[in-house]
Every structure is written in structure tokens, then in C-alpha cells.
Design a protein around this ligand. Structure first.
Ligand code: UDP
Ligand code: MG
Length: 139
């Protein structure tokens, strides 16, 4: 099944470095419609729940510290084939392996501080969107 929504976060490093405007421009220029968007900050409990699938990984404590250290921009995006097309737009987790022109190639510093999140499945896109937004915040 191909659904048409994905969820993204512009992570604390992207906000700190002033890359929010350029990244949003790239997202909308690539054909994604903004369904929901806000500046917010995750608590430690939020980040531990959001990234629960990674809790046994060695990088988990650093990931939680990073994702809670400052505000993020959370958004729900709409486009045909949204999940897969957005993963293509952001590039590989490790910016050293990300394709030219991708958001992570342009703006990520490292595999840890990689500027942007993109859901990896339609099911997770729905879960992650609902984690950050109520129905009244979606347009
Ligand atoms: N991460 C990390 N070290 C790793 C792998 C991942 O610090 O070796 C961080 C990174 O911020 C990544 C997040 O954990 O975006 C979630 O990892 P995942 O494998 O789900 O990558 P993504 O789906 O974000 O590309
Ligand atoms: Mg992932």
C-alpha cells in the first residue's frame, strides 16, 4: 500500500545552524505539501519513546541527548509515495554516504547529527505524526 503522508523533524543541529528555511524550501520545491508544522522541543521521555526501537543500540544515550538539546521543527508532509520519496530526498543516515544534492549531504555533520528525520514506513509515519500532532493541528 502506498499512502501519501510522511513525518519529518528538522533536528536540533539544523535549527541551531539556521538551516530551517533552506530545508523547508527544498522540501516544498520537491513537491511535498505541509500538512502540519511546529517548532517544539522533545523531553528526555519523548525522545526515549520516539526512538524506543534503538534503545539497545550503543548510540542511544547520545541520540537522546542530541534530540533534546534544543528545539526541532516537526512536520507532516503529503505527496504521492511520500515515505519513499522523502527518504530519497534526505539521503543516507550517514552524510558521507548520502547522494549529492540530498538534505543530509548538504546539511548533516555526521551520522549522529544528521539534520533531518524521515519516517521509514507508512505505519511509522502515522505513529510519529500522531506522536507530535493532534488532529486539530493537521491541515
Ligand atoms: N544514529 C547514530 N548512530 C548510528 C545510527 C543512527 O547516532 O550509527 C542516529 C542518527 O541521528 C539517526 C538516528 O539515530 O538518524 C536513527 O537511526 P536510524 O538507523 O533509524 O536512521 P534514519 O532512519 O534516521 O536514517
Ligand atoms: Mg529510522
Amino acid at each position: 500500500m502506498v499512502t501519501n503522508r510522511t513525518f519529518t523533524m528538522l533536528k536540533p543541529d539544523a535549527v541551531e545552524k539556521g538551516h530551517v528555511g533552506a530545508i523547508i524550501e527544498k522540501i516544498t520545491a520537491s513537491g511535498f505539501r505541509i500538512v502540519a508544522m511546529k517548532l517544539t522541543q522533545m523531553t528526555t521521555a519523548d525522545a526515549e519513546e520516539f526512538y524506543a526501537i534503538h534503545k539497545e543500540r550503543p548510540f542511544f544515550p547520545d541520540l537522546v541527548e542530541y534530540m533534546t538539546r534544543g528545539p526541532i521543527v516537526a512536520a507532516i508532509l503529503e505527496k504521492d509515495n511520500a515515505v519513499e520519496d522523502f527518504r530519497t530526498l534526505i539521503g543516507a543516515t550517514n552524510p558521507a554516504e548520502a547522494a549529492e544534492g540530498t538534505i543530509r549531504k548538504l546539511y548533516a555533520a555526521s551520522i549522529g547529527e544528521n539534520a533531518v528525520h524521515g519516517s521509514d514506513s507508512d505505519e511509522n509515519a502515522a505513529i510519529e505524526g500522531a506522536f507530535h500532532f493532534s488532529g486539530r493541528e493537521m491541515f
